[in-house]
Design a protein around this ligand. Sequence first.
Ligand code: E4P
Length: 190
Amino acid sequence: MKLYLDSANLGHIKEVASWGVLSGVTTNPTLIAKEDPSVDVKERILEIHNIVGGHLSVEVVSMNAEGMIKEAEEICSWFPLATIKVPMCPEGLKAVKELSKRNIPTNVTLIFNPIQALAANNAGASYVSLFMGRLDDIGMNSTEILSDISEIWYAQSLESQIIAASIRNPLHIVSAAKLGVHIATVPYNV
Ligand code: E4P
């Protein structure tokens, strides 16, 4: 299982990259704003890209597919290997369908159940991100849900990669690894 860092903190990213365990980084607008609300997003993304070199998911903030696609085009003009993080919702799926036609990799985020994961895969997502911590926050068993998703993925030989996201503790990482999940994106403190 690959490990990504769920962060926009350059110091943390540099540190973990130096350990040789880092395959990528996922960001979101909250993580970027938390570091510095006045930061230039493009500049920060390119700084992260220069450190990691591997996978980097950059999230769009538009509410409709057209806006998401425009943002994706802009992000890809910053660096062509960007993975576009798109929210799980009907407009997000439309955007994923179009981006997949253009061979632009997408990471469908904010997935909370196997049906959403399957829909994202079928729309053409390259990655599907299940939010474990947030599921646990609302009294759901995130490991069971991840287990269902993993079972479906292996039964159906689906091509997209599962990301265990919203990781809050080391047991989330262990569960994801045992279930054959491809990637866990982990905050620095965990
Ligand atoms: C994933 O890519 C998200 O950035 C992240 O895991 C969000 O999780 P959280 O907001 O629940 O910490």
